[in-house]
Design a protein around this ligand. Structure first.
Ligand SMILES: [Zn+2]
Ligand SMILES: [Zn+2]
Length: 344
């Protein structure tokens, strides 16, 4: 089968690999019907994910059909359409039992697929702990609708969930890339009084304005001024930072009111400065990133009810054989790309 493979720093290549087989009784083999390219794949390519193992198949956002299951897999069976969770988790350790599945103590716990073990930009994938890692897609939900459930939508859902959003809050979301928009969709479900989205790219600002007309959209230059104007207590009640630059991190804490929750979802390429002397007395509550992706069934149910729709994010579709070209477009943000679906 064809598999898009992490060869070396800066080099991904479409190679031939044998079809995966069950190794453990809790494994499942999934025939990938659709996968996607995520910014984290680019982080692997550029060497900013030290845990990434050379030779693995990349890709951690995918949906498919269960082909085969180990004897201990009870939640899904051959023939089921499923979402695949970006995170592998045992369901039994201290962290899993407390919902902190990103920190599962298993050797493959956390983000393993497409990073430390073979992932989904291919035709078949082996999913460990399939009882936790796979969720059945309702019949009325398409592959396109379910594609982001296991990764960026889980991330947005988790970010909205931990940010303690209340009805009369002004919520600032920094970054309207794919994960930022997924966060926005999940924040909208919390019905805060105002949502402000800050984004530097004009095309992405226009995308948000067009699809979500009730959201206030600003550029980084006008962000803090607008937030102060639109909030009652001198800053946003909740800030969710999804952009991931040194500057966006500074904007995040500066735009927050005193005692606000600042949730950091972004994955930074390098260290950022937390200027404690400058923020002294602001009494901020920081929550930092690494999705606990254990709400996928609930997210699928919200999609089924029509409460979340991420299909407008899919701006491009390519067959697996053209994945090289798809990466070129995604990496260089050509043709107003937001997300690319790789269709098998
Ligand atoms: Zn991802
Ligand atoms: Zn665990």
């Amino acid at each position: 089968m064809l598999a898009y493979t992490y060869k070396d720093r800066g080099v991904f290549e479409l190679t031939e690999k044998p079809k995966p087989e069950l190794i453990d009784t809790k494994d499942a083999i999934v025939r990938v019907t659709m996968s996607s390219i995520c910014t984290s794949d680019l982080h692997i390519k550029h060497g900013s994910v030290p845990k990434a193992v050379k030779g693995i198949t990349v890709g951690h956002e995918m949906v498919g059909v269960v082909e085969e299951t180990g004897v201990d897999v009870k939640n899904v069976k051959a023939g089921d359409r499923v979402t695949v969770n970006v995170e592998t988790f045992c369901g039994e350790c201290f962290f899993c039992k407390n919902g902190f599945v990103n920190n599962c103590k298993d050797k493959n716990g956390g983000w393993a697929l497409g990073c430390r073990i073979d992932g989904g930009q291919t035709e078949y994938v082996r999913v460990p702990y399939a009882n936790q890692g796979l969720n059945k897609i309702p019949d009325s939900v398409s592959d396109e609708q379910a594609l982001f459930v296991g990764d960026i939508l889980a991330t947005g859902f988790w970010a909205a969930k931990i940010s303690e959003i209340k009805k009369d809050d002004t919520v600032l979301i920094i970054g309207a890339g794919p994960a930022g928009i997924c966060t926005l969709l999940c924040v909208m479900l919390k019905n805060p009084e105002k949502i402000i989205v800050c984004e530097q790219d004009e095309t992405r600002r226009d995308f948000v304005k067009k699809h979500y007309p009730n959201v206030i959209v600003v550029s980084p230059e006008n962000c803090i001024e607008t937030v102060n104007l639109e909030s009652k207590n001198g800053g946003a009640d909740v800030v969710i930072e999804v952009a991931g630059s040194e500057k966006s991190f500074q904007t995040a804490w500066q735009a927050a009111r005193a005692n606000a929750v600042v949730t950091i979802v972004a994955l930074y390429d390098k260290p950022v400065v937390l200027p404690l002397p400058d923020m002294y007395g602001k009494n901020l509550i920081f929550k930092t990133g690494g999705v606990d992706g254990c709400d996928c069934q609930e997210i699928l149910s919200l999609i089924e009810q029509g409460k979340i729709d991420t299909t407008p994010l899919i701006t491009h579709k390519f067959p697996l054989k053209d994945i090289e070209h798809a990466y070129e477009i995604f990496e260089n943000k050509l043709e107003n790309v937001i997300k690319i679906a790789i269709v098998n």
